[in-house]
Design a protein. Structure first.
Length: 252
């Protein structure tokens, strides 16, 4: 009798453990984030975790890379892109939930160098007193496309092409400048917004198309309450304050 009761108890504990594990999983949202938004996303994620019963799990890469992963079945619930094109394609291809797309941030590019005397405005590019200039892959990274647009607008693309060091995303591009593999580079303003060192030139808006960064709820996360809550949290005053801190304009 005791043995049967003991076995029933063990079985009940196992069953209860199974059900207890379910809410913990449901409270997690897997979020694909464009590399430029890394620092801001991490801070917003901490606030989100503290202020809600949910948890945000981030994966960072270029927008093009993330979109390819999503098309190939990666189990992401939310997509924070660095452009509008890929979230729209996700909707068109049935990979995202209709009506969920919105602009969560407006990005800006900046010409940056660790050398405090190197960058002094547009003339830095005209004089070209550097061997290498870093920029992100313009095919997969919207910040790289913006850099190319700016160079074309200034009539300097052909002059500087031989000096390009191309990163696969904006995070790698920034590392090229930080490690000295390129003396100067086009990076996201968010990456240097809190830096006191080096030199920079915030590239004027009229030299490139606005970098409107869209978010979308993916079909994998259609029934995930944590994913929906995270998207809503991006509109909150706390999240907007973080975006402002890192130099992003509001998309709302």
């Amino acid at each position: 009798m005791f043995q049967k009761l003991r076995l029933r108890t063990i079985g009940l504990v196992a069953v209860l453990s199974t059900f207890i594990a379910i809410p913990a999983s449901a409270d997690e949202a897997r979020i694909a984030v464009a590399a430029n938004f890394t620092s801001a996303a991490k801070e917003i994620g901490v606030l989100f975790d503290k202020q809600t019963s949910h948890r945000a799990l981030f994966s960072f890469a270029s927008t093009g890379t993330l979109y390819t992963q999503i098309r190939n079945g990666a189990p992401f619930d939310v997509f924070l892109a660095a452009d509008q094109a890929r979230p729209k394609k996700a909707l068109d291809e049935g990979l995202a939930v209709s009506g969920s797309r919105f602009t969560y941030a407006l990005g800006r590019i900046v010409l940056y160098s660790k050398d405090p005397a190197l960058v002094a405005g547009r003339e830095t590019l005209t004089l070209a007193r550097f061997e290498k200039i870093a920029l992100a892959n313009p095919v997969t990274a919207p910040y790289g496309a913006a850099a190319i647009q700016a160079l074309e607008a200034m009539g300097l693309r052909d002059t500087l092409t031989a000096r390009f060091v191309q990163g696969k995303n904006i995070a790698q591009t920034y590392q090229f400048v930080e490690t000295g593999n390129a003396e100067v580079g086009f990076v996201a303003l968010s990456q240097v917004a809190e830096h006191k060192d080096g030199s920079r030139w915030i590239v004027p808006h009229d030299l490139y198309e606005p970098i409107r960064q869209d978010a979308v709820l993916l079909t994998h996360g259609a029934s995930n309450e944590a994913a929906k809550a995270f998207l809503a949290f991006l509109h909150s005053p706390d999240a907007v304050a973080v975006k402002n801190k890192f130099g992003y304009g509001s998309g709302d």
